[in-house]
Design a protein around this ligand. Structure first.
Ligand SMILES: Nc1nc2c(ncn2[C@@H]2O[C@H](COP(=O)(O)OP(=O)(O)O)[C@@H](O)[C@H]2O)c(=O)[nH]1
Ligand SMILES: [Mg+2]
Length: 304
């Protein structure tokens, strides 16, 4: 199945509760009543659009509805507005071309898909350039299984792995991994442990890892990516805000858009945190990661 179809399939539940119900409220082609405006807001919020953005979108629709657009006109207005708001949201992963190592940090809460996404990114890079060295740093040292999981991927994709034993200081792993990458070149992907955005000491550990990168490399990491599980809905906004405060995120990856996710979180995150979306995950396989396309995303969200 083409990835756009997977995304569409994944978002189909969202569409049923989103585009269809919106279509019902907006089909009249008449000026929206206060009651209808409220319904629009509620539908958007139930599709994981933040309250703030839902209010703004509903108000804009109310404004347009004064013109008593023909049937379906308001749906097109909403789609256009969402497209416009997503401008600037796409960005590609930055691989350095100056001979220096590219360092990519993966961060996020437990189970969001950090390790899988690290593997998916490595797999894409490997396909783009079979000769470029790629290294994983196993900086999730909390659980032996976490190190093993990354080792399995490293073997499968054919990338180097720098690991310490369980319980080791993640910063020490990263120090050694940078050392390795400085020798072999290419890209280093740092897999970190899951941490709740509300746990100060764990967030502090992440900033410590980043300080180690700066000390060893003479500059910060090139990418600091937050991996966000789309099915966690609005909590994603809090995660993005806190991780952004801690390590100044350069990008976001939203995973599990093939499941029961509603999709509105994509809009809300960009609206509220303004960190670009690099990739979306639509499955567990290494090929199930795609560069985010706002255009295709909106199409999938609104298709009937
Ligand atoms: N359906 C689906 N599952 C995913 C996706 N990304 C990761 N997963 C699964 O989510 C679970 C947790 O992933 P993992 O990478 O171990 O998360 P981590 O704790 O953040 O490192 C695993 O079972 C993955 O296969 C995705 O895009 N779609
Ligand atoms: Mg992991």
């Amino acid at each position: 199945m083409a990835w756009v179809d997977r995304l569409k399939k994944g978002l189909s539940k969202a569409r049923l509760g989103f585009a269809n119900s919106l279509g019902n409220v907006l089909k009249g082609g008449k000026k929206l009543s206060a009651d209808q405006i409220e319904q629009v807001e509620e539908i958007l919020i139930s599709g994981d659009v933040s309250a703030r953005l839902a209010t703004q979108l509903a108000e804009s629709l109310a404004e347009h509805s004064r013109q008593e657009l023909a049937n379906g006109g308001l749906m097109a207005v909403l789609e256009g507005e969402i497209r416009e708001r997503l401008q600037g949201c796409e960005r590609k992963l930055a691989v350095r071309s100056d001979g220096q190592p590219t360092v990519v940090m993966m961060a996020g809460v437990n189970g969001s898909g950090k390790t899988t996404t690290a593997a998916k990114i490595a797999s894409r890079l490997r396909e783009d350039d079979p000769k470029m060295p790629i290294t994983f740093a196993a900086a999730d040292t909390f659980r032996a299984a976490a190190i093993d999981q990354l080792a399995v991927w490293a073997e499968r994709i054919g990338v180097d792995l720098v690991r310490h034993s369980i319980g080791a200081d993640p910063s020490a792993v990263v120090f050694d991994a940078i050392d390795h990458t400085q020798r072999v070149g290419g890209v280093l992907i740092v897999d970190t442990a899951g941490r709740l955005q509300t746990k100060h000491n764990l967030m502090e550990e992440l900033t410590k890892i980043e300080r180690t990168v700066t000390k060893k490399l003479g500059r910060g990491s090139d990418e600091r990516l937050l991996v966000l599980d789309a099915t966690t809905g609005q909590n994603g906004i809090s995660q993005a805000t806190k991780f952004h405060e801690a390590i100044d995120l350069t990008g976001i990856v939203i995973t599990k858009l093939d499941g029961t996710a509603k999709g509105g979180v994509v809009l809300s995150i960009w609206d509220q945190v303004h960190v670009p979306l690099l990739y979306i995950g639509v499955g567990e396989g290494k090929e199930d990661l795609h560069e985010f396309s706002a255009h295709q995303f909106v199409e999938a969200l609104f298709e009937n």
